[in-house]
Design a protein around this ligand. Sequence first.
Ligand SMILES: NC(=O)c1ccc[n+]([C@@H]2O[C@H](COP(=O)([O-])OP(=O)(O)OC[C@H]3O[C@@H](n4cnc5c(N)ncnc54)[C@H](O)[C@@H]3O)[C@@H](O)[C@H]2O)c1
Length: 431
Amino acid sequence: MKVAVVGLGYVGIPVAAVLASKRVRVVGVDIDLRKIDAISAGRSPLEGREPGLDELVAKGVASGHFTATSDYGAADGSDAIVVSVETPVDDQTHDPEYKALKSALRSLAPHIARGALVSIESTLAPGTMAGIVRPILERGSGLKAGRDFHLVHCPERVTAGKLLHNLTTLDRVVGVADDRGRRKAFALYSKIVDGALHATDWTSAEITKTAENAYRDVQIAFANEVALICEDLGANAFRVRELVNTCPGREMLTPGAGVGGHCIPKDPWLLVSPVLHQKPVLIPAAREINDYMPVRMAQLVEEAMRETGRRIRGSRVAVLGFSYRENTDDARNSPAIALIRELRKRGADVTIHDPFAKGQRGFSVLREVRAAVKGTDCIALVTAHDAYRKLDLAKLRRWMRHRAIVDGRNLFDGAIAKRGFVYRAIGKGEF
Ligand SMILES: NC(=O)c1ccc[n+]([C@@H]2O[C@H](COP(=O)([O-])OP(=O)(O)OC[C@H]3O[C@@H](n4cnc5c(N)ncnc54)[C@H](O)[C@@H]3O)[C@@H](O)[C@H]2O)c1
């Protein structure tokens, strides 16, 4: 069996590596030559902790089952093509931004073999399979979906840090439009997934995936709203949460410095984007609350600075954590970025530390905590990396100019105040 995987990112690489480990001939196609070079050298280009992935990529490449290229011609004759390119939303309008998807579909269409399966794993706004994907593939291939090739939507459920685990163990929803497509998709995905496969139609699969993430976003927003109430009323949201969860059926999540990643901040917008006849209220409101949390962090830094007798303008702040998720390198839509922008707007001088994430233009990231913290007035903790759980307070006291910590992930408690630090935290009106 030969499978082409178009888009070698957090989704495409593990899919390709798992298939290669099942002795499937996998051709990965990407436009990013650095990724192709890394994979061709047997290395996964993803950093951060991804248990088992580096080994699987290395083995797949060494055995010759996994190759990577920028040439779509290499997809010729594939029994199945998996599409896993990014599908972001516009920063301002929140409308779907399908530049990568359309370009990938146009490039791959002439290479679809008669009888092949094409599975779109990228997350899509409802209606995209029928309105965008099918027409581009049919036009570019001269083939008809459902008759000459088989088109399914099998959205991914991976999460950075648990890519292989989620990919291989979780159930999958498969949106199908014809029975042969369903059978071919089940044959392919039963090589990858131990969980159950649930067949449905394209639109229900599109809604299911985006609703899963919108649901999560709304739940986090609820926890964040309770956190803001607790701060205002002098209570501790983490204690309140434990008490709420003693009531059956309540599973309140933990509040924090904000929501990031490629998916959760944008999938709710994908879900509501095609809705014409109802005005969605709850889902956009949840987005607003979660987007406010980095601003709240900046306000807490300002308060902490005031308590040390300083103004935020001219203060030096070390932001600890640039990736959005603990122990990974994934900084897409990270709340750290929004916080740093807020701090700079207020006149603070910001240094950034992360053990895994790379910097980007305007955001240079240091690898050593000491280098980031030395001479600063305040630490703003954004990401719950394991390394930050073991921070040596005595050393921080020596390195810092003033001692304040703003805790966005409940890594410390009020005891830190007894060690000479001004302490402020999301969700803690009292410690
Ligand atoms: N990252 C996750 O945890 C996750 C989870 C579930 C679903 N998803 C969804 O899966 C999709 C992919 O996400 P990701 O995180 O892997 O993205 P990513 O940015 O890590 O990877 C996308 C890859 O596609 C490549 N690409 C872009 N245009 C291309 C083209 N025209 N031809 C070939 N390759 C092209 C990019 O160079 C990149 O390597 C998105 O729709 C996302 O919403 C992601």
